[in-house]
Design a protein around this ligand. Structure first.
Ligand code: FMN
Length: 312
């Protein structure tokens, strides 16, 4: 029997729980030579400001043990070019598309949403309130509960579409921030964005990134991401979308068990451009092997600590 991977976020039904994460999958079109965009649950496109942006100066990417530090700084084409040149092609590819919304200030988030609300072919907005690379020292709205709640509330009031608040791991109490996003009216939260990091070249005694600080992603962050998804899922009623270091179907299953209803795959796309479809297939194979009829049955099933038998 083939396991059922269909996923219901309440505001959105997905073919399977695997989404491509923002900033690691371009605008989706770059990947159509490798895979069908309709084969995954959905794609979250690169962060969109209102206008085009160059991002930070190079070097902006450095590899570390088990991970990647980036300081891209949200380079992008802006909403007008996205709507004119990209969105019609994504619609033709029958992709479920989530726009990752950015803003230099609160007003810009609202302007981006108001513009995108006039376009067809988007399933939801993911608010990028958690990028560590655009304001000095990694500052972003998701670092504080009040700024999280207020910005989510403004965006929700302006939007005809569901709002997913993307949270930062660079906080002490993720449960408090997730609850603030829910209080602001978020339809879901996604986490984690990257961890504020520093890479140093000891010989030159210089930072490896021109921006000095960057955001760590990839397998190195997975245990932290799992912990935060687990804590956030315990703190809110809205769906949690988990991400951070997922490279296999079993990784995806771990996030579902921790309480995520869906997951996003980021850095793994740079290693294997078909990572999202492969991970969906591996999740199906995992469920079949374990006798799990529906992947949704895994959600929030973490048992007690220690070794031992299956927690059922
Ligand atoms: C090169 C790069 C660019 C990114 N750009 C964005 C972005 O535009 N918007 C966003 O919300 N997150 C962005 N992220 C964060 C990822 O979506 C994701 O939250 C993070 O990398 C953790 O997942 P991973 O370990 O699977 O990559 C970016 C990450 C990387 C590595």
């Amino acid at each position: 029997m083939t396991p059922d991977l269909s996923t219901d976020l309440g505001f959105l039904k997905l073919r399977n729980p695997i989404l491509a994460a923002s900033g690691t999958f371009g605008y989706g079109l770059e990947f159509t030579q490798f895979m069908s965009l309709a084969a995954v649950g959905g794609i979250v496109v690169k962060g969109l400001y209102y206008g085009p942006r160059e991002g930070n100066p190079p070097p902006r990417l450095v590899e570390t043990a088990g991970g990647l530090i980036n300081a891209i700084g949200l380079q992008g084409v802006g909403v007008e070019a996205f709507a004119a040149d990209v969105l019609p092609k994504l619609r033709a590819a029958e992709a479920t598309v989530i726009a990752n919304v950015c803003g230099a200030d609160d007003d810009e988030y609202v302007r981006v949403i108001e513009f995108l609300d006039r376009q067809e072919g988007l399933a939801a907005y993911e608010l990028n309130i958690s990028c560590p690379n655009v304001r000095r020292n990694g500052l972003c709205p998701a670092l504080r509960p009040e700024t999280t709640r207020d910005l989510v509330a403004r965006c929700k009031a302006a939007s005809r579409r569901p709002i997913i608040a993307k949270l930062s791991p660079n906080v002490t109490d993720i449960a408090e921030i997730a609850a603030a996003a829910e209080a602001g009216g978020a339809d879901a939260v996604s986490l984690i964005n990257t961890l504020l990091s520093l890479a140093i070249d000891a010989r030159t005694r210089r930072p490896r990134l021109a921006n000095v600080l960057g955001g760590l992603s990839g397998p190195a962050v997975k245990p932290i991401a799992l912990r935060m998804v687990y804590q956030a899922a315990a703190a809110v009623r809205i769906p949690v979308i988990g991400l951070g270091g997922i490279t296999s179907g079993e990784d995806a299953a771990e996030f579902l068990i921790a309480g995520a209803r869906a997951v996003e795959v980021g850095t793994a796309n740079f290693v294997d451009p078909t990572a999202t479809v492969r991970i969906a297939r591996e999740l199906s194979e995992f469920c079949a092997r374990e006798g799990i009829a529906r992947s949704a049955d895994l959600v929030g099933t973490l048992g007690k600590g220690g070794h031992g038998t299956l927690a059922r």
